[in-house]
Structure formats: C-alpha cells, structure tokens
Design a protein around this ligand. Structure first.
Ligand code: HEC
Length: 152
C-alpha cells in the first residue's frame, strides 16, 4: 500500500498513473493465496492454545499465573467468580465509554481495570502473553456475535 500515489499525482499524470496504481494493487493483493488445510489447522491450533491459557487464567489457575509471571488477584476471586458466563463481559462492545472508569476504554483497558480494582491484583502488560491469552479466551467465548463497538 505504501506505493499508492496521492490523488493529486494521479490527476496530473492521468491514465498512465492509473495503470501504475492498478499494477500496485495487483502486487498488493498477489500474496492473498488461499491457505492450505495444513496452514489453517496450524493457525487454529495456535489460537486454541491461547484460548486454553486464557481459560486457565480466567478461572484463576495459580500455576498458569506463576508461569506467566502475573498476579491477577489478591482477593482470592477469579474472573469467573464474578463473570460466570464469560461472554457476559461483552467483548464485542469494545471500545466504548466505560462508566466505571469514566473513560473511553478498550477491552484490554477493562481487563486491567478488573485486575486492579475488584481483584486488587497487579495490572498486566497490555502487549504481554497473559493479556493476549485472556483476550483470546474472552473473544472466543463470544465468537459468532456481531461486532457492535460503542454499545451499552
Ligand atoms: C469481584 C468481582 C469481579 C471480578 C473478580 C472481576 N470482575 Fe470484571 N467486572 C466487575 C464489575 C463490577 C464490572 C463492571 C460492571 C459490568 O460492566 O459488568 C466488570 C466488568 C468487566 C468487563 C466489561 C464488561 C462490560 O460489559 O462492559 C470485562 C471485560 C471484565 N470485567 C473482565 C474481567 C476479567 C478479565 C477479570 C479477571 C482478571 C475480571 N473481570 C474479574 C467485577 C469483577
């Protein structure tokens, strides 16, 4: 996409520039080969591994917390005790204005809010392994729902 020319250049150079643009787009899309069954299986496996780790974290598994070096709770409460139906955490509504935080929040912000406030745990790295796993599990719990960002 970096090669796509601004509109002003296109207008000046006319059809010649347009053909360059379409050649660029062909190149940009050329790598979109269908995946093989083996690749799809491998991608799914990576995803489900993350979901499994997130499931363990959500249900307060101490060994997984220790392995990932996180402390999600100091109250003895796991996420699942307050959110027994994981999909009730409504991941499809994010980002949205979050009343509890009095700010516009992503799902990751909200996960960290719950770790810090109700759980009195230690906030986790938003780009770290534990966050990716929690996010994977929470999204997985709500798979096939329609994205509806900003909703309450
Ligand atoms: C002691 C109870 C409690 C625990 C434990 C808890 N939460 Fe929450 N959670 C809340 C409350 C209260 C809210 C705000 C009210 C609401 O939106 O449901 C909330 C909201 C959320 C939301 C946003 C829901 C929405 O619809 O906006 C997410 C996501 C979330 N929690 C994830 C987690 C995760 C992940 C954990 C574990 C690390 C966790 N929570 C642990 C009480 C808890």
């Amino acid at each position: 996409m970096a090669d796509i020319k601004p509109l002003s250049v296109l207008a000046a150079a006319g059809m010649a520039a347009l053909s360059i643009l379409s050649a660029d787009m062909e190149r940009a899309f050329a790598h979109k080969e269908p995946h093989t069954r083996d690749q799809l299986e491998a991608f799914h496996e990576v995803f489900m591994d993350q979901v499994t780790v997130g499931d363990l974290l959500f249900h307060g598994d101490p060994a997984t917390e220790e392995r990932l070096g996180v402390n999600l709770s100091n109250t003895g409460m796991a996420c699942a005790m307050c959110h027994p139906y994981t999909s009730d955490t409504h991941p499809h509504e994010f980002p949205k204005y979050q009343e509890q935080m009095a700010e516009f929040a992503t799902l990751r912000d909200m996960i960290n809010w719950c770790i810090e406030k109700p759980n009195e745990g230690e906030k986790i790295d938003p780009d770290g392994e534990a966050m990716k796993a929690l996010e994977s599990y929470i999204y997985w719990s709500n798979r096939h729902s329609k994205l509806d960002p900003g909703r309450h």
